[in-house]
Design a protein around this ligand. Sequence first.
Ligand SMILES: O=C(O)CCC(=O)C(=O)O
Ligand SMILES: [Fe+2]
Length: 361
Amino acid sequence: MTTTAFDGGFDRAAAVKQFDESRTGVKGLVDSGVTEIPTMFRHNPDPLPPAPIGSVSVPTIDLSLPRSVVVDTIRAASHEWGFFQVINHGIPASVIDKTLSAIQSFNELPPSDRSPYYSRSMTGGVSYSSNVDLYKSSAASWRDTIQVLTGPTRPDPERIPPVCRQEILAWDEHVTKVGRSLLKLMSEGLGVGPHRLEQLTIGDGKVMVCHYYPPCPEPDATMGVVTHTDPGALTVLVQDSTGGLQVKRTEQDGKCYWVDIDPVPGALVINVGDLLQIISNDEFKSVEHRAVVRSRDKSRVSIAVFLNPAKRGDSDFYGPLPELISDERPAHYRNFTMSEFMGTFFSKQLASKALTDHFKL
Ligand SMILES: O=C(O)CCC(=O)C(=O)O
Ligand SMILES: [Fe+2]
C-alpha cells in the first residue's frame, strides 16, 4: 500500500497531511482527547509470537569486570544477539533520569509551545516531528521524535528547545565517552586491536533521536517503532522504566519470536547496526527490533544515539575489514562510500531489512 492509496474510502494521504500540518504530533492527538486511534495509525497484527516467559533474555554486561571478560562477553552478545545491556558504564543514574525527564517535559509542554519547533528538515541539525518516515510508511507509529545531529559538529544550541537543551548536550558528552570505550572493546573483540573501529572515525558521526511515546487508547492496534534494523555502526540507547523494546530472536531450528528488552535501572542498551555487521563481515549481527506500545495511561521515553563514521568522502570506502578476510572466510559484502550507503537507506522504508542485502556479494 502506498500513502496515496484509497483504502475503503479512507484517503490516507489526506489524513497524513492533516496530521502533519497540526504540528503537534501524536501527543497533540492525545491532548485533543481521542478515545480511539485514527485509522492511519492502525497496523496489521504481527504473526510472530512472544518468547516463552522466562526463557531467554538479552545479556546484561557489567563493564567493571576484568577487561578480558568484558571483551569476550560483548563479542559473544554481539554475535548471538546483536544486542546487550551494559551497567557500570560511568553515567550516573541521576543523569539518566534527568535526561529522560527533560525529553518528557518538552513533549508535555502545551501544544502551542511545541509546534514552533515542529519541522522535518534537519537543516540546522535539529528537528522535532512525528514519524520520520511518515510519508513513506503504510501505517504511522505512535511516537514523536526530537532529532539532533551532534557529530561531527554540534548544531547551534539555540535550535534545541530550552527545556531539554542542557540535558541533550550533556547526554551527547556522556554517550560519546561510553561509545568510545565500547568501540574499543568491540574492536578488540574482533581481534583487530582496540583502535581499529575508531580509526574509521566511527563514533565521530552522531545522531541523537529522542522518542516520546504518548499514552495510547488502543496500545495493541498500533506500534511505537516498526520492525527495523539500525543502519549505522552502533546504537547506544537509554529507556525509561515503561518497557516496550523487543528484539527478534531466531533459534537454531529457525523458530523466531520477540524477546522483551526489559528495562534494567541505570543500564544502557547497546546494539549493532547494519554498517558494523558489514565491517565485521557478519561476526557481529544487526538484529531486527521494534518498540511496542504498552500503556493506556503512561508515556514512554527512549533516547537512541546512532554512532557512524564521520569520514564520508568519495574516496572513503567501507566494507569488511581486510584483516577479517581470508580464503576460509571470504568477504560477504562489497565496499561502498557512505553516500551510497545512506542513499540506499533513505530510498527504503524504515520497516524493510534490505540494507545489508543490498551490499552482499
Ligand atoms: O524506543 C526504542 O526503544 C527503540 C528505538 C529504536 O529502535 C530506534 O530509534 O532505532
Ligand atoms: Fe532501532
